[in-house]
Design a protein around this ligand. Structure first.
Ligand code: NAD
Ligand code: DAU
Length: 354
């Protein structure tokens, strides 16, 4: 059985990906994660004792550690999820985003290049480095159009700029050294195990806690939502069938304004866990100061991955959102333990902290 090294596997998408892959009983997984505030081993508690799974605590920018790990586990594939992922936090403190997303990706690429260069011919030919990136590198759209793989990079936040820099490094390692890399640029994910600083879990937990639901600006900013398992399936398709050196955009074709999303969460909660006073959770919506530099609209053209790799999302938005909201209501322990000591629903991203 071959081994895949997954970085950032204790986070939202990484933990869903590891569970999805291990369920197929075809590879061993080594998960390298620094366990920042966003990484949580509780998200993997059901697979901790799986003999095909190993956890290593460490940072991707720790070159000796990564070199040693590659030497010991001899992975056929590296999947790089590790990142600082929250736009608001990048506005308050960009430094850690530069360190993890740019320096970290660079060090991981260096370790991968050295490992790949000295690998036996069979391993060398089959090796893949897959870099998980975001649609935010393309900047903001006007009222029409979608991002394709040919769209120009125009990142607007420190987060997206750091991801764009990493994407360029990944590309350069293919062009210059021939390292077999693939990059995916995906739209907004939703689903179980997402840290409750992000829109959907934050609104769900704040609503049932009787707190305000802060919608930035006029609520008209639009995102293209994809259920996390559909993202995991897309990454697997890219790994197995994608062409090294290529970029694949991934998106759900579910474009919604933020206000539509918050309304949908409130309406679901009205049915699943009604307020005691009989009013709708929509009453708790408040419009608050906008995010600085807030991108207005994202929409992804996923035609290339559909045509070339035969991937299509399976989840409908209505059912996926229902599963997500039910998951948060049904997992208060995970929510409590994940948030403990690190985040209390306070407003982030106004850029007022030095
Ligand atoms: P997340 O914040 O939930 O998880 C990130 C994980 O990386 C955490 O477990 C954290 O502990 C770990 N990590 C952070 N710094 C590290 C380091 N230096 N070394 C090792 N591990 C480290 O993020 P996510 O939402 O799961 O996103 C995963 C990846 O997918 C990111 O690269 C992100 O840019 C990308 N992405 C996310 C979305 C989305 O909607 N969430 C969409 C497109 C792309
Ligand atoms: O597009 C892909 C990106 O999606 C990923 O690369 C990022 O890692 C991921 O965090 C996500 O970025 P967003 O900034 O789009 O996600 P967030 O959940 O922070 O915000 C979604 C939208 O909701 C955005 O327009 C800001 C708005 N928002 C967010 C919060 C937290 C609110 O209106 N109120 C809020 O309280």
């Amino acid at each position: 059985m071959e081994t895949w090294l997954v970085t950032g596997g204790a986070g939202f998408i990484g933990s869903n990906f590891i569970r999805h892959i291990l369920a197929q009983n075809m590879v061993k997984i080594v998960n390298l994660d620094k366990l920042t505030y966003a990484g949580n081993l509780l998200s993997l508690s059901d697979i901790t004792h799986n003999p095909d799974y190993t956890f290593v605590r460490g940072a991707i920018e720790d070159l000796p550690l990564v070199q040693d790990l590659l030497c010991r586990c001899r992975p056929a594939t590296i999947v790089n999820f590790a990142a600082e992922s929250h736009v608001d936090r990048s506005i308050d403190g960009p430094g850690q985003f530069i360190q993890t997303n740019i320096v970290g990706t660079f060090q991981l690429l260096e370790a991968a290049r050295a490992y790949w260069l000295q690998a036996p011919p069979g391993t060398k030919a089959a090796f893949r480095f897959i870099h998980i990136s975001t649609d935010e590198v393309y900047g903001s759209l006007g009222s029409s159009g979608r991002f394709s793989e040919r769209s120009a990079y125009a990142p607007n936040s420190p987060y997206s700029a750091s991801k764009a820099a990493a994407d360029h490094l990944v590309r350069a390692y293919h062009h210059t050294y021939g390292l077999p890399v693939l990059t995916t640029n995906c739209s907004n994910n939703y689903g179980p195990f997402q840290f409750p600083e992000k829109l959907i879990p934050l609104m769900t937990l704040s609503a049932v806690a009787g707190k305000e639901l802060p919608v930035y600006g006029d609520g008209g900013n639009a995102r293209d939502w994809l259920y996390v398992l559909d993202h995991c399936r897309a990454i697997q398709a890219v790994l197995v069938k994608g062409t090294p050196g290529q970029v694949y955009n991934i998106g759900g074709g579910n474009e919604k304004t933020n206000l539509e999303i918050v309304h949908a969460v409130c309406d679901l909660l009205d049915r699943l866990q009604p307020r005691k006073d009989g009013h709708s959770y929509r009453r708790q919506i408040t419009f608050v100061q906008d995010r600085p530099g807030h991108d207005r609209r994202y929409a992804v053209d996923a035609g290339k991955i559909r045509r070339e790799l035969g991937w299509n999302p399976k989840e409908t938005f209505d059912l996926g959102l229902r599963k997500t909201v039910e998951w948060y209501l049904g997992n208060p322990n995970w929510c409590r333990e994940t948030l403990r000591g690190s985040y209390y629903g306070e407003r982030l991203g106004l850029g007022t902290t030095a």
